[in-house]
Design a protein around this ligand. Structure first.
Ligand code: PMP
Length: 428
């Protein structure tokens, strides 16, 4: 029935830490309310169980002849296939396991072809703003809406001379405002102008289905620890050509096919062609397994059902804080723009770090405050001049304490009570 369906949508998925209690300065203890999913989401219990079930059996991947080595290799390669299916990759796409989104984007940055230009909005997370050292980077102004984002990109790409290789890097959902970006339209604009595009899906993949094929992006990057898996694993998935033509991201065993000593004392290396080229060293097979397990769990729970539940939690926050004097949400595209469960706000007369500390000490609620590794965006949204302190990627004037916002973020494991307590706490 409709009611039963609604109830199933409203039930949070079991995550680690749901029984943790914390002391309050006011006395007593309370269940910890983790409302900082945008930084790191708690691992799904199911992912943890999958990891624990496999842990006694792991052995070195790719190299060992023993039974457990073969099992590990199978698990690792199976994880690759699961991630490719989760992202709806094209047949020729590669899935490279990395440490994180930051690592994935740095890997791509290291594989840019000679003379490649990079286009990136000033609103991006630093992981997407900063890796492109050595390339000519054009930092695009923050748009006031999705249409303007596409127009801004089109104009910048149309203006470029000469017409060499170019890469656009864009987020799918902002880690500050939660707002969804028009990825499909930006990809179409990039391709119409001969550029490629990488999607930073760190905040999107945990909340919405991501189809590489449908969005027509060239690469996608995400982090396991935001996707309900533990720390230490990430993914770069997409086209093979730039990665195949670049030198290995890390030099070492696994990335090399043949190594020979030259007569003059030097060493000659033939590098691998496939994903192994960029996965030197012993890989994080447990991390890859955990990511794959999370992909399966989210697919089974249904990302659409999780998104519907999240909508309900977003409404609880917005409606609950609507009448609290001095609360202002940060948004680029407008308060009603579609978003994932990530909301940043300031309260007039309150220092954001004091507010976050009070939420923790008096209510057992974990949020984050500050500039969220997106300094130009947060400064612009707070009314500071994002270019005044060095623009793209600036880290602020040394010694000066920057103003910041409070960010509340949630997801598949968040019970209503956590969000309701948060709303009550801010009101009080
Ligand atoms: N991009 C976005 C949009 C993010 O929110 C984050 C993490 N806050 C990153 C990239 C970097 O992810 P990681 O720290 O896992 O490398």
């Amino acid at each position: 029935s409709a009611v039963a369906a609604d109830r199933s949508v409203r039930a949070p998925l079991p995550v680690l830490g749901r029984d943790v209690t914390v002391p309050l300065v006011t006395g007593g203890e309370v269940a910890y309310a983790a409302l900082d999913y945008a930084a790191s989401a708690p691992a799904l219990q199911r992912v943890w169980d999958d990891v624990a079930a496999y842990a006694p059996y792991y052995g070195s991947v790719h190299r060992g002849a023993g039974h457990l080595s073969q099992l590990s290799t199978e698990l690792f390669e199976d994880a690759r296939r699961t991630v490719a299916a989760f992202l709806d990759c094209r047949a020729a796409d590669q899935v490279v396991f990395t440490r994180s989104t930051t690592d994935s984007l740095n890997l791509l940055a290291a594989a840019l072809p000679e003379g490649c230009e990079v286009f990136v909005f000033e609103t991006e997370h630093h992981a997407a703003l900063l890796p492109w050292r050595g390339a000519r980077v054009t930092c695009l102004d923050a748009p006031a809406g999705p249409r303007q984002a596409v127009d801004t990109l089109e104009r910048a790409l149309a203006d470029r001379r000469p017409h060499g290789p170019a890469l656009v890097c864009v987020t799918g959902a902002s880690n500050v405002t939660g707002e969804l970006w028009p990825v499909r339209e930006l990809a179409a604009a990039a391709h119409a102008h001969g550029a490629r595009i990488v999607l930073d899906a760190a905040q999107l993949a945990p909340h919405r289905p991501v189809s590489v094929r449908d969005l027509d992006v060239d690469w996608v990057a995400f982090s396991g620890h935001k996707l309900y898996a533990p720390f230490g694993s990430g993914v770069l998935a997409g086209r093979a050509d730039w990665l195949r033509e670049a030198g290995p991201y890390l030099a070492g065993g696994g990335a090399s096919r043949a190594v020979t000593r030259r007569a003059d004392g030097g060493v000659d290396v033939e590098w691998q062609d496939g994903v192994a080229r960029h996965e030197a060293g012993s890989p994080n097979v447990i991390g890859a397994h955990a990511v794959a397990s999370a992909c399966k769990a989210l697919t089974e729970a249904g990302l659409d059902a999780l998104a519907a539940r999240e909508e309900h939690l977003i409404r609880t926050v917005r409606e609950g804080l609507a009448d609290v004097p001095g609360v202002r949400f940060l948004s680029l595209f407008g308060d009603d723009a579609p978003r994932v469960g990530v909301l940043s706000f300031v309260v007039e007369g309150w220092d954001s770090s004091h507010l976050a500390a009070a939420l923790s000490a008096e209510y057992g609620i974990g949020v984050r405050d500050g500039l969220f590794c997106a300094h130009p965006l947060v400064r612009a949204l707070l009314g500071d001049d994002p270019r005044g302190r060095g623009g793209c990627g600036a880290s602020g004037t040394p010694g000066e304490r920057p103003r910041g916002a409070v960010r509340v973020s949630f997801g598949a494991g968040t019970p209503d009570e956590h969000v309701e307590r948060f709303v009550r706490a801010v009101g009080e």
